[in-house]
Design a protein around this ligand. Structure first.
Ligand code: ATP
Ligand code: MG
Length: 407
């Protein structure tokens, strides 16, 4: 078994979902790239008992434990104290660190017109300068220092790396954590783990499962995870270098079983493929969309510089006037795509229409032909938009990367 790490993300705001956890996934990905196997990401609120329980749980099966958050000056920031206790090391004041933090705080507060409560500020600084005896300090990238805390002599357990909560601070501190001698010793000589991504459109997970079952013995050494999201099936494979032949078996078999549906064999996302195809051909694109609140234009403009304009319409009247047809069905979508081309002088037009019904009609018109599709997308507004975006992108991809035939 290789080197394993566990992560504890702290913060009641993260536990409740008020703030989305950016640190757990970011750390897990960084560790994976180093070849470290992350078995658990545990989220706990700002409660010492819960943090202690999580640390003890992760200590049991891991070579390294990493925490995020709870290093600030307020009372609910208690990570350093709890980690010190779990690792069996008494906190002591690091006076030199206290002065460095004070200098940072003074510099920051000067920007906001000076320190208003010097005593409170001094207490907060002192709290942040309490370092478990024998731990290494990671210099602050905000105001809070990080820590590397090995277990006390005579105890067994992994070292704990303590990092700040603000994602930007945590990411800036990460190189120093990796350079730390204690951490280096844990992750020295870990074999690199590689990652490869296949993307399919319109394949049920069960069909892919059948392919994987057939290959079974040829896939030894690969860790394959599949994820179905808005109609796209993502197949992520992690593998050590020596298992690479298995990966190529997988890629070949998936390509053979799903030649039409496998749209990306190198991890490229559909947005990127569409942007590339548009710029390769030098084609501009414009959109007329209804019932999406502009979601299609937003997604296209995020990745492609070829979008020249878009109209977002809401009511039946505005749709029919834009489409210049009496229908909001499939023919209406084509008419809207044509209207988008005409209105903005674009090479490619996209039309999206859905009104008071569960069927959303999509159309793409290019200089060489047109394609349309109907998708069923009932449900909450966000869900509908979540499904229409990918459906439009894939219709565009098909229109741009294959010979276009009518219909
Ligand atoms: P600071 O000294 O800046 O207070 P800290 O280590 O105490 O650092 P926290 O107080 O826990 O950090 O969090 C500070 C900010 O970072 C908050 O806005 C919080 O929502 C955000 N944050 C904390 N943890 C995460 C996380 N896992 N993902 C995203 N944001 C986070
Ligand atoms: Mg906090």
């Amino acid at each position: 078994m290789g080197v394993r790490a566990g992560i504890v993300v702290t913060g009641t705001e993260v536990l409740t979902g008020r703030v989305r956890d950016l640190n757990g996934p970011w750390l897990a990905e960084e560790l994976r790239r180093l070849g470290v196997d992350v078995g658990q990401v545990v989220v706990v609120g700002d409660r010492p008992d819960d943090l202690r329980t999580a640390l003890e749980f992760l200590a049991a099966g891991n070579d390294l434990v990493i925490t995020s958050g709870g290093l600030g000056p307020t009372a609910d920031d208690l990570t350093a104290a709890v980690v010190a206790q779990v690792q069996g090391r008494a906190p002591r004041l690091d006076q030199a660190l206290e002065q460095r933090i004070a200098a940072i705080v003074a510099r920051l507060s000067a920007r906001f017109g000076g320190v208003r409560h010097p005593e409170a500020s001094a207490i907060a600084t002192r709290k942040q300068a309490m370092v478990p005896d024998g731990a290494d300090v990671l210099e602050p990238t905000g105001t809070a220092p990080g820590l590397v805390v090995p277990v006390a002599v005579g105890r067994v357990g992994p070292p704990v790396v303590v990092l700040p909560g603000p994602p930007w601070e945590l990411q800036r501190m990460w190189p120093a954590a990796l350079a730390n001698a204690v951490v280096r010793k844990v992750i020295a000589d870990v074999p690199e783990l590689r990652q490869h991504t296949l993307r399919l459109w319109g394949v049920p997970e069960s069909d892919l499962a059948a392919t994987l079952r057939r290959l079974d013995s040829e896939l030894a050494g690969l860790e394959i995870t599949t994820c179905l999201r808005d109609g796209e099936l993502e197949v992520v494979t992690r593998y050590p270098a020596e298992a690479e032949p298995g990966l190529w078996h997988l890629v070949d078999a998936v390509g053979a079983d799903f030649p039409e549906q496998l749209f990306s064999a190198d991890g490229a996302e559909v947005d990127e493929l569409v942007a590339r195809a548009l710029s390769d051909r030098g084609w501009s694109v414009a959109v007329v969309e209804a019932a999406t609140g502009g979601a299609v234009s937003a997604r296209l403009t995020a990745r492609s510089g070829q979008v020249v304009g878009g109209l977002v319409v809401t009511s039946i009247t505005s749709i029919t006037s834009v489409g210049s047809v009496g229908s909001v069905g499939a023919a209406g979508a084509v008419a809207m795509a044509e209207r988008a081309r005409a209105e903005f002088g674009a090479d490619v037009g996209v039309g999206v229409t859905a009104v008071a019904e569960e069927s959303v009609h999509l159309a793409v018109v290019t200089p060489t032909g047109e394609r349309s599709r109907t998708v069923v997308a009932g449900g909450a507004v966000d869900m509908v938009r979540g499904r229409i975006g990918p459906a439009v992108l894939h219709l565009l991809r098909e229109a741009l990367t294959r010979s276009v035939r009518p219909g």
